[in-house]
Ligand binder design. Structure first.
Ligand code: IDP
Ligand code: MG
Length: 139
């Protein structure tokens, strides 16, 4: 399997609750290399663009409010089979359905406030990484 990349955000709820260190430890202990990382806050326009695929969903307004209410940690991660392995590490969207030991099972409060984002395809990982980082910020 070729080494490849995924994109993640530690969402505002995870940052507010002081879980940055614990979540990053779990990510690096699971074999992901940090290629790029920063603390940042999305504007309303940023969140509307990032989540544009969900704009017709009933929870879109709530999602944009949540994702812009405080800082996030944005990061690009590298590992063999990065996208799929990271989705396994974070667990199901709804923490009630997430497997034991997954980041969402451990740290998410609800289907809306679910602590962490993980790209769903190689194509979206590249788009989402480029949305947050310039080439010179990637290592
Ligand atoms: P994913 O993050 O597991 O890929 P998506 O279906 O792509 O899940 O949804 C994007 C984000 O929108 C979720 O991570 C969550 O924060 C939010 N979300 C998804 N479904 C709901 C819902 O039913 N109510 C409120 N927020 C939701
Ligand atoms: Mg998704």
């Amino acid at each position: 399997m070729a080494t490849n990349r995924t994109f993640t955000m530690l969402k505002p709820d995870a940052v507010e609750k002081g879980h940055i260190g614990a979540i990053l430890e779990k990510i690096t202990a699971s074999g992901f290399r940090i290629v790029a990382m920063k603390l940042t806050q999305m504007t309303t326009a940023d969140a509307q663009e990032f989540y544009a695929i969900h704009k017709e969903r009933p929870f879109f307004g709530e999602l944009v409010e949540y994702m812009t209410r405080g800082p996030i940690v944005a990061a690009i991660l590298e590992k063999d089979n990065a996208v799929e392995d990271f989705r396994t590490l974070i667990g199901a969207t709804n923490p009630a359905d997430a497997a034991e030991g997954t980041i969402r099972k451990l740290y998410a409060a609800s289907i809306g406030e679910n602590a962490v984002h993980g790209s769903d395809s190689d194509e979206n990982a590249a788009i989402e990484g480029a949305f947050h980082f310039a080439g010179r910020e990637m290592f």
